[in-house]
Design a protein around this ligand. Structure first.
Ligand SMILES: Cc1cn([C@H]2C[C@H](O)[C@@H](COP(=O)(O)OP(=O)(O)O[C@H]3O[C@@H](C)C(=O)[C@@H](O)[C@H]3O)O2)c(=O)[nH]c1=O
Length: 179
């Protein structure tokens, strides 16, 4: 597995390392030892799938509040998405910065989302499936959210028109740093 630092503290892009032969290739999509070696959280509470019918479906930006903060390892197993994370840890030198990355079934790239980040994505095509591992159990009632078009962050989404967004995600209030 190939771990690449990103411009955001503690967030990594992870690419599978292919061992190719006549049949195709083998690659690890997850390895506890590799995660530990890189100082990343390696416990796994849930593996989740989300399926999205239409291009322009936007989910996010989500996080769980303390003490239920999650790390996530996100990949796209069908179609393609632009995945987005925001560092919302007030003590971090990259606080309020965000990054976008294309994850697709074709590129098989993964994004490691550290604790204390908000996460979301938009689908680039119809029929998209996203598979993500989460370090903590889902805890209803402790979820926090940032609206995709929050003026504080000004995320450069690749699609902004005719989005499919849940009622919940359209209604997150404007972000306030000390909330
Ligand atoms: C995330 C989650 C949802 N649910 C339920 C709650 C609800 O009835 C239904 C759909 O929930 P949501 O609308 O929150 O699903 P969704 O918008 O897909 O939420 C996800 O978005 C992405 C961007 C993330 O980063 C994830 O951590 C998660 O927050 O599934 C669970 O039972 N367990 C879970 O782990």
């Amino acid at each position: 597995m190939i771990f690449e630092k990103t411009k955001l503290n503690d967030a990594y892009i992870i690419r599978p390392e292919r061992l190719e032969d006549d049949r195709g290739f083998f690659a690890r999509a997850w390895c506890q030892k590799e995660f530990e070696k890189h100082g990343l959280v390696s416990n796994l509470a849930q593996c989740n799938i989300s399926y999205n019918k239409s291009q322009g479906t936007l989910r996010g930006m989500h996080y769980q509040k303390k003490p239920h903060e999650e790390t996530k390892l996100v990949r796209c197993t069908a179609g393609a998405i632009v995945d987005v994370i925001i560092d919302i840890r007030p003590e971090s030198s990259t606080f309020s910065q965000w990054l976008t990355i294309e994850l697709s079934a074709e590129n098989r790239t993964m994004l490691y989302v550290p604790r204390g980040f908000a996460h979301g994505y938009v689908t680039l095509v119809d029929d998209v499936e996203v598979f993500y591992q989460v370090s903590e159990f889902y805890t209803p009632g402790v979820e926090g959210g940032i609206r995709w078009d929050d003026p504080f962050f000004q995320i450069a989404w690749p699609i902004r028109e005719n989005l499919v967004v849940s009622e919940k995600d359209s209604s997150w209030p404007d972000y306030e740093k000390d909330e």
